[in-house]
Design a protein around this ligand. Sequence first.
Ligand code: FES
Length: 145
Amino acid sequence: MLKKAIEDHKDLPGALMPVLHEGQKIFGALPIEVQKVVSEEMNIPMAEIYGVVTFYSQFSLEPNGDYHIGVCLGTACYVKGAQPIIDAIESSLDLAVGATSADGKFSLEATRCIGACGLAPVLTVNEDVYGRISEKDVPDILAKY
Ligand code: FES
């Protein structure tokens, strides 16, 4: 399926993004092995592909957990204490930013501004948005999932 997407887009300008989107859809993530296939088939250096995959938050290196937690690290959220929230999540779930828990339940990501600065600091769990929270709210929020 990935090879088909590559075949379809290969000769078009700006082909890399649609191919990566397709790969993310098929595999739920773009691990190095998948990037290698894209690199070889499209003749694009690995470094370039890796750069794109890690730059755009819609791509991930490993599959997200059932509950994907995003903590905004944009300026407004950072100033209002997003880092202690990340620290609290990391220590209570034993999970690093960018990782997925061993049971596949939670994954954690630090995001760019999600456009809800009025609610800073903002945390999301899948579609749920929590605003104006502090690290003290983290246990209650996580307990819901
Ligand atoms: S900086 Fe966090 S929502 Fe804008």
